[in-house]
Design a binder for this molecule. Structure first.
Ligand code: THU
Length: 130
């Protein structure tokens, strides 16, 4: 299995854990740290809606809280025919914490697309502007 396939498989598996009672839209994400470890996260919704956290941020924050600081790639898996790109908030987090990494989008039918995070968030704001 390729490294990308392994990341997609982790995102697909964790998607089953999604807590999405309001939207019913289940998302799984997995990030690969340069250490080689994979960290996976699902979306966790909240009755106030606005406190919902996306799968991508759960995966990245899990990795950060385990001491990881450098990343190779992130995968996002849903059951949507049109592949699901990260929301704006997640694009900012991916850029700041992962840098310019491949963002691998996939669905349960095996459709896969790749895009670099800098292409998803052109001219990003980050600590270099402070
Ligand atoms: N969601 C994610 O987890 N990641 C994305 O890339 C897009 C949206 C979640 C948030 C919410 O729980 C549900 O999908 C519908 O927006």
């Amino acid at each position: 299995m390729s490294a990308d396939d392994e990341l997609i498989a982790a995102a697909r598996t964790v998607r089953e854990k999604a807590h999405a009672p309001f939207s019913g839209f289940r998302v799984g994400a997995a990030v690969r740290a340069k250490s080689g470890h994979i960290f996976a996260g699902c979306n966790v919704e909240n009755a106030s809606y606005g406190l919902t956290i996306c799968a991508e941020r759960v995966a990245i924050f899990k990795a950060i809280s385990e001491g990881e600081r450098e990343f190779n790639a992130i995968a996002v898996v849903t059951d949507a025919a049109t592949l699901t790109p990260p929301c704006g908030a997640c694009r900012q987090i991916i850029w700041e914490l992962c840098g310019d990494v491949p963002v691998i989008l996939a669905n349960l039918d095996g459709k896969i697309e790749r895009e670099r995070s800098l292409n998803l968030l052109p001219r990003p704001f980050d600590s270099s502007h402070l």
